[in-house]
Design a protein around this ligand. Structure first.
Ligand SMILES: [Zn+2]
Length: 165
């Protein structure tokens, strides 16, 4: 794969496949867009509303996950994490299943229920051990902290996969 368009096409196909295989009893009820985001150092993916939840949802995936050294199951896992938020009613118009997107390990529990426990554990381990190497390989300094600006709370972004948290 060469460029962002290839990545985005791949993400669309992959997401459709994951929905068919894992959420076959559910339906997509608003516009769902999946595309590459930024080369974030500490976020692998997120989901946010597009204009309004009744209109659409946007999942953005860190393009560093397309690095050939990243196992494919890690990318699958990140998409599954965001899809779980979608179907639990976060940043989508689905019925909201929980008060908070992460509290109580609701994503982990749902992924385990769907048969993804092993991949999740394997991915978390891989990320912990290898992510900083991926950053270095892609000319990003894993240690340098960004200058802290005043915290802007962006309400539309409801969830992130944060590293090391
Ligand atoms: Zn999350």
């Amino acid at each position: 794969m060469q460029n962002i368009n290839d990545y985005n096409n791949y993400l669309s196909k992959k997401t459709a496949e994951l929905i068919r295989e894992n959420f076959s009893t559910k339906e997509i009820t608003n516009l769902l867009v999946v595309k590459t985001g930024q080369r974030w150092k500490r976020t692998l993916g997120h989901i946010k509303t597009l204009n309004h939840k009744d209109y659409g949802s946007l999942i953005e995936i860190n393009p560093l996950l397309f690095d050939l050294d990243v196992p494919e199951y890690v990318l699958d896992y990140v998409i599954m994490h965001e899809l779980t938020h979608y179907f639990q009613g976060f940043a989508s118009n689905q019925e909201r299943k929980h008060k908070h997107p992460h509290k109580g390990g609701v994503v982990e529990k749902e992924l385990a229920r769907l048969g993804w426990k092993e991949i999740q554990e394997k991915s978390d381990k891989w990320i912990k051990e290898n992510w900083s190497k991926i950053l270095v390989k892609n000319n990003l300094n894993p240690y340098k902290k960004k200058i802290r600006r005043k915290r802007i709370i962006r309400k539309s972004i409801l969830s992130f996969i944060r590293l090391f948290s």
